[in-house]
Design a protein around this ligand. Structure first.
Ligand code: SF4
Ligand code: SF4
Length: 426
């Protein structure tokens, strides 16, 4: 047995019944209909590597990075196979064996460990993006097609860069925002995150507006850092733990009942903090304590109920379910109800709403062609709704859908469900 893989994984492998019920739900299997690109096939490959029957070859590594880690197979599995845990551990093994594909290695070195690992560097990156966009350089480069001289894919990928805000969110807001109601219902903490902090300030403001209008004081601790989810999903568990430790220390300094998060990927991973410190007694209980307070924002509002009723909004809205919300956290009803309860809204169900959009963290950069095949299917479904607004609760999906909408020449707007509710609070 490979010592780098945890022994309890054997238990997970043995749960698989080889029934194949997960195959139709897997976006990569649907691309090529090959068993090795299916959840069942990947489980088999991981099991063989762990038991030493086959080496960790380039082919196996490629299959494990072809996987989106969308966890749709977990939702479909009748035996409760925790596939996500398997693939993330396998990616750690790949990292420790220095067998990551070149593209993954580069993105990890430059972006995950070069930028997101530090608050200051993330803010600098935001400033660079601002300069790139405001100076007109972005338009000039994208319209000139100059990058096509080097690579068509690069010329497309550059358009997936997020649009930065005028100012980094955490620098533009007080640390404590009081409730705007006569009586406070309690105090919640709020995660500003990394990419959301530099490019989704409007979504964060909408979240805080909704929370304060509904009676909550909000504390946004200064110096909090990236949650570490992108690191953990790409074989950099030690870096993810380093970030998690910092967040635990920072959030412990504040008193609050709930940690509210408006990014599906971040809330999913912060709910897992308790698990990643199983072998570190100093942090284990502290991590469990923080994880137990985490709620995704639509989940939180569904639990506590809205005190302020929304006004009428005469628009049609559809909803794309982020994988880390529906498959990882099993949150599906709450965002729909939040939207459906706004008077005047026509809610159009999105066909295949739980099918991945192809964003998957850094997947749309490192596996651009596969990501676009998956996005094309999503866009066909989105087009069929004829909705004014496409909602989604994860920044990666938000960027990917905006890109798909622009690419298809559609006139739809992409918003977080919380932003639609904020608009209904006129
Ligand atoms: S996580 Fe998604 S892409 Fe990977 S095997 Fe499961 S369903 Fe397929
Ligand atoms: S992972 Fe689950 S659904 Fe897929 S083959 Fe195994 S038991 Fe069946």
């Amino acid at each position: 047995m490979n010592p780098l893989l945890k022994s309890h994984l054997e238990e997970i492998f043995n749960k698989c019944l080889h029934c194949g019920l997960c195959l139709p739900t897997c976006p990569t299997y649907n691309i090529n209909l090959r068993e090795e690109s299916s959840p069942r096939g990947r489980i088999q490959q991981m099991h063989y590597v762990q038991s030493g029957k086959i080496p960790l070859s380039k082919t196996v590594v490629d299959e494990l990075y072809f996987c989106l880690d969308c966890q749709a197979c977990e939702t479909a599995c009748p035996a409760g196979v925790r596939y996500g845990e398997l693939v993330e551990d396998a990616r750690n093994l790949i990292h420790d064996s220095k067998k990551d594909p070149l593209g993954i290695r580069l993105i990890k070195k430059l972006f995950l460990n070069g930028i997101l690992i530090s608050n200051e560097r993330t803010k600098l990156f935001g400033k660079f993006l601002r300069f790139y966009e405001r100076s007109g350089l972005r338009n000039a480069i994208e319209e000139s097609g100059i990058l096509k001289l080097f690579s068509n894919a690069l010329s497309e990928k550059i358009q997936l860069l997020p649009s930065p805000n005028e100012m980094c969110f955490s620098e533009s807001i007080e640390e404590i925002i009081p409730a705007t109601t006569n009586k406070s219902r309690g105090r919640v903490a709020f995660l500003s995150g990394c990419i959301m902090n530099i490019a989704f300030g409007e979504t964060h403001r909408d979240s805080i507006r909704v929370l304060t209008l509904n009676g909550y004081d909000v504390v946004i601790p200064k110096n909090q850092v990236c949650c570490g989810s992108l690191h953990a999903h790409n074989g950099e568990l030690e870096k993810a733990k380093k970030l998690a430790k910092k967040n635990i220390e920072i959030f412990e300094k504040h008193e609050f009942d709930t940690l509210v998060i408006d990014s599906a990927g971040c809330s999913a991973f912060m709910k897992e903090y308790g698990k990643i410190f199983e072998d570190e007694p100093e942090y284990k209980n502290r991590a469990i304590a923080l994880s137990s307070k985490v709620r995704e924002i639509t989940e939180f509002l569904s639990e506590v109920g809205l005190k302020k009723s929304p006004d009428t909004l005469n628009i049609s809205v559809t909803y794309h379910e982020a994988c880390h919300l529906v498959h990882t956290q099993k949150i599906s009803r709450q965002p729909r109800e939040l939207l459906q309860n706004i008077p005047g809204i026509t809610f159009v169900e999105l066909p295949e709403s739980t099918w991945c959009c192809g964003s998957a963290g850094i997947y749309n950069i490192v596996r651009y062609d596969d990501s676009m095949k998956i996005l094309d299917r999503k866009m066909e479904n989105i087009k069929s709704t004829h909705a004014d607004i496409v909602t989604t609760a994860n920044p990666g999906c938000h960027i990917q859908l905006q890109y798909g909408i622009a690419k298809n020449g559609l006139k739809m707007e992409v918003l977080h469900p919380i932003s639609v509710l904020s608009r209904a609070y006129k």
